[in-house]
Design a protein around this ligand. Structure first.
Ligand code: SF4
Length: 532
């Protein structure tokens, strides 16, 4: 194999999780030829007009409307296992447990000591990794896997991870949760030096950096690449002789270590360990690189020290409630946020109702702290497909009703506290509120278990551009009026940090990344700043 070139084998295509930073979106990328949002659907809510100081929304291209497009979405889940006789089957199970972190596509790469084997597909894990005909071909005792979340535009198999390449030192596969904030800058340089890219993903940059490294050993090549990338990343990588896991120096995205007998497991969340009875050992530390091979596990800290900045939104919404993340149970944290919300903005009411499913734990916490009854006043249909591409206002409205229905017996004639985890665009909130109002609620007081979402995420979460975030456009009173509630309140930034067990938010050194609420970005935004 030629050093510096990347040759793909046994694949229909390949690619990773992240994508290039999106703001500003107006100009297409100078060298990928791609702009933002290939989806080509115009989504506007004409009843939520733009303020005069922001560009009009009509004519902007954005996500096809779906209820899920009115939420932030984690873009990926990663999984890896070493020394397991049925590594691919374990990986498929782990990815299934991590399905909430990405539904666009899934992939597994395994190694049998000599050969690498790969299968990637668009769709859910259970649709493609459920048969012996697929799993049986993914031979070997080590494997890594990846779930990818659908982003703007059409899904492409070439953007489904893990990426695999045959390099000068042997096969190399990588799966990434996060987003590199200097990927465009690095990619321009790599292309100028002759690298050929086959995906639109930021993660492919890592493959090329490893391929071009002048360092000798595989481990040193990877470290060389890590020292050039910026951004948020939890990586699992596979070579012929090792499974490697890395978290960025700030530890923005999660990665945990587990043991299953003599096997080692790496996963985005502990729920992927639980599914097969693996024992949770510990979090991979920020800046830590673990190399697992026939001699066991070795831990390295090759990156410069940086303040911890774990994504606080993982606790609010992304992570599965039964996961343990950085030693905290996500479900308990969500209840604590709800309790904090009740203390900060309690209101006279008859019943607390969650917006299912994500508002349930916070509503339980709110109800307990305010001594109010908790009722399932909105029932969610779990069998509705995840995306409706709805061409008209009328059908869009139908889409929400297909997924949620008001439970009139719990709502009619009552003063309702409606609890949700966040407001992104506000379109779904408005429709849910109208539905609760139609069901006969006397008053609706909306309480949100996160601060106003005023900024986009650049660290691996699919977010609308800032101009489409409702809280970036309106103050709380205006939002309440537009959504149609009698009152609206968000948990404060301090309150959110208190729910995490902090004294409050330390403005000089916040314990968590909370940039989508505060605008305080802990990692520099090289591509964005150079494009501005
Ligand atoms: S900006 Fe928000 S969603 Fe993104 S990593 Fe920070 S807290 Fe998480």
């Amino acid at each position: 194999m030629v050093q510096g070139s990347v040759v793909r084998i046994q694949e229909r295509s390949s690619t990773p999780c992240g994508r290039y930073n999106r703001e500003p979106q107006a100009a297409p990328s100078p060298f990928t030829g791609e702009g933002r949002g290939g989806g080509g659907f115009k989504v506007t809510d004409s009843s939520i007009p733009p303020p005069p100081n922001l560009p009009p929304q009509g004519g902007e291209e954005c996500l096809p409307y779906s209820e899920s497009s009115d939420k932030f979405h984690d873009e990926c889940g990663v999984y890896g296992i070493w020394n397991a006789s049925d590594a691919a089957a374990h990986t498929a199970l782990g990815l299934h447990a991590l399905q909430h972190r990405g539904q666009e596509g899934a992939g597994i790469v395994s190694v049998d000591g000599e050969q690498f084997h790969s299968h990637r597909a668009l769709g859910l894990v259970g649709d493609h990794f459920n048969s012996e005909s697929v799993i049986g071909k993914l031979k070997g005792t080590a494997a890594i896997g990846h779930n990818r979340y659908s982003t703007t535009g059409e899904p492409h198999l070439r953007n489904v991870q893990p990426f695999f390449a045959e390099l000068a030192f042997g096969g190399f596969a990588v799966a990434h949760n996060g987003n590199l904030t200097n990927a465009l800058t690095l990619k321009k340089d790599l292309i100028a030096r002759g690298s050929l890219f086959s995906s639109t993903s930021d993660t492919e940059v890592i493959v090329h950096l490893v391929a071009r490294s002048k360092a000798g050993a595989m481990h040193d090549r990877i470290v060389d690449a890590l020292k050039q990338i910026e951004g948020a990343y939890s990586l699992v990588m596979l070579t012929q002789h090792a499974l490697i896991g890395v978290r960025d120096a700030h530890g923005v995205r999660p990665l945990v270590l587990g043991r299953l007998g003599e096997s080692y497991v790496l996963a985005s969340e502990t729920c992927a360990l639980d599914i097969m009875g693996a024992r949770f050992e510990r979090d991979i530390e920020p800046g830590e690189m673990v190399v697992i091979d026939q001699d066991g596990l070795k831990s390295h800290f090759p990156l410069a020290d940086a303040p911890r900045r774990f994504c606080i939104f993982e606790y609010v919404y992304f992570a599965r409630p039964d996961s343990l993340v950085e030693h905290k149970n996500v479900y308990e944290m969500r209840k604590a946020i709800g309790a904090e919300l009740a203390r900060e903005s309690g209101v006279a009411a008859d019943v607390v109702v969650p917006v299912p499913d994500s508002g349930v734990p916070a509503a339980l916490g709110y109800a307990a702290a305010s001594n109010l009854p908790f009722e399932l006043g909105i029932i969610r249909n779990h069998y509705v497909g995840r995306t409706f591409i709805e061409p008209s206002d009328q059908v869009r409205h139908l889409g929400v009703k297909l997924k949620h229905n008001a439970n009139i017996a719990s709502i009619a004639g009552k003063r309702v506290v409606l609890v949700d985890d966040s407001i992104v665009r506000g379109t779904t909130s408005k429709k849910i509120v109208a539905m609760v109002r139609e069901a006969g609620a006397k008053e609706i007081h909306m309480r949100i278990a996160s601060p106003p979402t005023t900024h986009s995420c650049f660290y691996g979460v699919d977010t609308p551009e800032r101009s489409q975030l409702m809280a970036a456009r309106y103050n709380t009173a205006e939002m309440a009026e537009l959504i149609g509630v009698d009152s609206l309140a968000f948990v404060s930034l301090d309150g959110l940090h208190r729910a995490m067990g902090e004294a409050g938010r330390n403005a000089d050194n916040p314990r968590y990344c909370d940039a989508c609420f505060s605008g305080d970005y802990p990692i520099k935004l090289t591509d964005f700043d150079s494009a501005a």
